[in-house]
Design a protein around this ligand. Structure first.
Ligand code: 26V
Length: 763
């Protein structure tokens, strides 16, 4: 009997074929948790701590099996009882401990850090409820709690506990760990998640995501924050952040001491990468601990911090740049507020002529990004264009104060999850054509020689067709919707936000609907799929979801159009849904208003999986275009510098675009009789009014060009040889976007840690 069958027999007294999927999942979980003992923790002297409020790790079963080299063996065993790993993995609940790109990036990074053999852990919070689950009822989003911890999970309780001193009370915490295995690496890292001992999930209103926000001692780690739109929530978010970073700082110091540090030399033992400003309070917290617990003078404490902290900026959107009122900080921790005042004084003294860089502004608000830049040694953007905008505009003052501090680290994605696991057929085709080395060095450029190879085109078409069928099954199972597997699959999946311009794609759909009604029917039917959650307090984003669903229904009910066009809003878009959607996609929608999407990472996943991209020159789209050449990507729209200027001069007027009769007819469809007959009048009028009179994220500015480029794209699809040539070129240049390359870049320029190997892929 095999080892796995044996374990099953011992623990459950059953043979494999008698086990339910749920039991098989539990058995595999146990097998892997045991196996972890064979993988010693990485214990090199200097260690990275990637501190983040979000780790959107997704399900771990198949990834862990792949990274541990057990996948094929277990798949074969399950096959003997007519099951698959994918089927068993359905029993695993998905940890949605992140909002979107920032959290998913952190998860990809953990995978790469472990794979490259770097000593580095993630540190964050053990939210009892991840990002809300999205239900779509009556064409509206409903948010319900996502209780992922109800069943057996990968989380292990550790022996470590800490006290966190708040203004009027002290709370105790316990550390939980999730093992992180690298691909083919014999050492183990961890994701360290802190939880509140006095947590009480009974304070949540039944079936809702509402709870008593003032009851800090019982609510602190209950939820991952979807937004911070109300004042009460804002205070709670500061409490949550301080809880996270106080635990993190205590853990980091303890572990450094265990590895031989005397705390004065902490920077030789630890480097702390803060993922956006959510963990920025770790700066004053370190200073508090050094001065209060380790008898270090404040000047030296500040120096130690400056040599230890590196900061990543993930957005230039004003709403996401955290500013905390000093009064609120005072209510969370007077010590921390005091230290921030001291840090602000130091900045004012050293740089009196750079008021934009002061930490505390005239309104008594503390700017977390400013603090992180002054009191860290590195600030990085997440794509070349984003970093240029930081240097030239948003952070210009800092670029002048600290030349060289701002650096770029273009994002990446882990190839383990996003091709080797989710697209096994494409992975095998690559093995066959260019050898298996790509699985480690991620260099795919040799594939380009097949750009005109008809057999490769046919093989790619067959893989895509198969992945469309898998997606069809998944969507049927997920939300009882039937898609046409023989259609062009055109996908926009990401958080719903006006800057990402789902509303612009919805207006394109209006155009296509009208065009088909005029008799211009597409040769190949088109399926446009959206997926994404809207922050519960973000009303216009909810309205956009509503309008998409209204269009979906109008089209589905119209027999003249429905054979040619289908629109689907995928419910509860998450990592698992992405793993089905991305391999099946022909057209990747990356249509943000130029300058607003810092990088994007979905764009990279689609390219790697053989989709072609329709894109504005924004974030990493620009780098994709540079790599594949402009003939192999469908670019459109205004450039980032033009948009930045329009904002500076208030030069955009939506109404001028609305005055164009063609655009007006599309926009007015939102409040047409047809739409109102199905939809909610208030929502539709609000959306219409917003687009006509405000359109802050300029959906109308690029709409005409967008329609043109989309028509061209559908036309090009009909020439499958032309299309597949472009697909091959996209896959061949996707290697640069491996997160192993990104992490090698971070390590070379910022962390300087021991690594087993580097991945260097030049553009
Ligand atoms: C802000 C807030 C503010 C209120 C509370 C919850 C919350 C959660 C997250 C954020 C900031 C989000 C920033 C973010 O996700 N940026 C994305 O980062 C990706 C990885 O670098 C990048 O690819 C995306 O372009 C960028 O939007």
């Amino acid at each position: 009997m095999s080892k796995f069958a044996n374990l099953v027999n011992e623990k459950y007294g059953k043979s494999l074929d008698q086990m339910t999927d749920q039991e098989l999942y539990q058995a595999l979980l146990e097998l892997i948790k045991d196996k972890a003992n064979d993988y010693p923790l990485n214990n090199s002297k200097k260690k990275l701590y990637y501190v983040s409020a979000e780790f959107l790790i997704g399900k771990l079963l198949s990834n862990n099996l792949l990274n541990l080299g057990l996948y094929d063996e277990i798949e074969a065993e399950l096959q003997s009882v007519e099951k698959t790993i994918a089927q068993v993995e359905e029993a695993e609940s998905e940890p949605s401990l992140g909002n979107g790109g920032l959290g998913r990036l952190a998860a990809c990074f953990l995978d790469s850090i472990a794979t490259l053999g770097i000593n580095g852990d993630g540190v964050g919070l053990n939210y009892h409820f991840g990002l809300f689950q999205q239900l779509l009822v009556h064409r509206e989003q409903h948010a319900v709690p996502d209780s992922w911890l109800d069943q057996d999970t990968w989380v292990k309780r550790s022996q470590k506990t800490y006290d966190v001193p708040f203004a009027n009370f002290t709370l105790s915490s316990t550390l939980y760990d999730i093992d992180v295995f690298g691909y083919g690496n014999k050492k183990r890292n961890r994701l360290r998640l802190f939880d509140l001992d006095s947590i009480n999930s009974k304070i949540i209103e039944y079936g809702s995501i509402n709870f008593d926000k003032q009851n800090i001692a019982e609510n602190l780690t209950l939820f991952l924050y979807p937004d911070d739109s109300d004042a009460e929530g804002k205070l709670l978010r500061i409490f949550q952040q301080y809880f996270m970073v106080s635990n993190a700082a205590q853990l980091i110091i303890d572990e450094a001491i265990e590895r031989g540090s005397n705390v004065h030399d902490l920077a030789d033992y630890a480097v702390v990468q803060i993922n956006d400003t959510h963990p920025a309070l770790i700066i004053p917290e370190f200073i508090r601990l050094f001065t209060q617990e380790y008898n270090i003078g404040i000047d030296e404490a500040v120096e130690i911090v400056k040599n230890t902290i590196a900061f990543t900026n993930h957005t230039i959107l004003a709403e996401a740049l955290e500013k905390w009122p000093m009064g609120a900080l005072e209510r969370v921790s007077p010590d921390i507020a005091y230290i921030i005042r001291d840090l602000d004084k130091r900045v004012r003294k050293a740089h009196p002529d750079a008021p934009g860089g002061f930490i505390i502004d005239d309104h008594g608000q503390a700017h977390m990004a400013n603090m992180s830049i002054h009191y860290g040694f590195s600030v990085n953007g997440v794509a070349a264009l984003h970093t240029e905008i930081l240097r030239d505009t948003e952070l210009k003052e800092f670029e002048d104060l600290y030349p060289g501090r701002i650096n770029n680290k273009t994002n990446g994605i882990t190839f383990r999850r996003w091709i080797m696991n989710s697209n096994k057929a494409l992975s095998s085709l690559l093995d066959e054509k260019i050898g298996e080395e790509w699985r480690v060095n991620h260099d795919l450029t040799a594939f380009e020689k097949y750009a005109d190879d008809k057999d490769v085109h046919a093989a790619l078409a067959e893989i895509k067709a198969h992945d469309k069928l898998k997606l069809k099954e998944h969507l049927l199972h997920r939300q009882a919707v039937v898609i046409n597997e023989n259609s062009i699959i055109d996908v926009q999946i990401k958080r719903i936000h006006e800057y990402k311009r789902q509303q612009m794609l919805a207006l394109y759909i209006v155009h296509k609907y009208m065009d088909i009604k005029k008799g211009n029917t597409p040769k190949t039917p088109i399926t446009i799929l959206f997926g994404g959650k809207a922050a519960p307090a973000y009303i216009i984003a909810q309205d956009i979801i509503h309008f998409i669903m209204v269009m979906s229904e109008i089209i589905a009910k119209d027999p003249a159009v429905s054979p040619y066009l289908q629109v689907v809003m995928v419910e509860n878009y998450n990592v698992t849904a992405a793993e089905y959607l991305i391999p099946a996609t022909d057209i990747s929608e990356q249509i943000s208003l130029a300058s607003k999407e810092a990088s994007g990472t979905g764009n990279m996943k689609f390219m790697l999986n053989g989709a072609l991209t329709v894109a504005t020159v924004d974030g990493a789209n620009r780098e994709i275009a540079e790599l594949v050449g402009e003939d192999n990507i469908y670019l459109f729209g205004k450039q980032a510098d033009e948009i930045v200027e329009l904002y500076e001069t208030s030069g955009y007027n939506a109404y001028e675009y609305y005055n164009d009769p063609k655009l007006r007819s599309l926009v007015d469809f939102i409040i047409s009789d047809k739409a109102i007959a199905i939809g909610n009048r208030e929502r539709l009028y609000r959306l219409h009014n917003d687009i006509v009179n405000k359109d802050y994220f300029m959906a109308l500015i690029d709409l005409e060009e967008f329609i043109e480029v989309k028509e061209k794209m559908y036309e090009d699809y009909e020439d499958q040889d032309l299309w597949m040539t472009k697909v091959v070129k996209n896959i061949a240049h996707a290697g640069f976007f491996s997160s192993d390359r990104t992490i090698s870049d971070y390590n070379r320029d910022i962390w300087h840690l021991e690594a087993d190997y580097e991945v260097v892929i030049d553009k």
